[in-house]
Design a protein around this ligand. Structure first.
Ligand SMILES: [Zn+2]
Ligand SMILES: [Zn+2]
Length: 131
């Protein structure tokens, strides 16, 4: 299994047997709040290749159209998923066992980027979502 990961305490483990479709930095305010970090890096996996192999996530509806999946014991946020008919699961790269298995390709929601947060890259930057 190429892409595996889990929460800080180990109660939640997951695996993806399909490669991610894309990977990026999200600077939106909801990602900042729910991760309590200046930016969130996500890898978008086909939902039919993603499954929890240990435990069941708690669900937080972070907006009308999507949910955050997290560990109710240690609080690690694992993923974002559309509320209805989700075709992808956006996994938070920081909770992959091997974060080097993916690498970001772009920045989105740069309109709310925290100004002291800079990355040394020349990736495309979008003020809002990906066009
Ligand atoms: Zn946990
Ligand atoms: Zn976001």
């Amino acid at each position: 299994m190429k892409y595996v990961g889990g929460c800080c305490c180990g109660a939640l483990r997951y695996a993806c047997n399909l490669s991610p479709l894309e990977c990026g930095y999200c600077h939106c305010l909801i990602c900042q709040k729910t991760s309590a970090a200046p930016v969130l890096v996500f890898a978008s996996f086909p939902s039919n290749g993603f499954r929890y192999t240990n435990g069941h996530p708690a669900i937080y509806p972070s907006s009308a159209h999507g949910n955050r999946e997290f560990c109710s014991s240690c609080g690690t946020q694992i993923a974002f998923r559309e509320a209805e008919n989700a075709e992808t699961v956006d996994v938070n790269v920081g909770c992959l066992d091997d974060p080097l298995a993916v690498s970001p390709e772009y920045h989105i929601w740069c309109q709310s980027r925290i100004s002291w947060f800079e990355t040394a890259d020349n990736l495309p930057e979008y003020q809002q979502g990906k066009p």
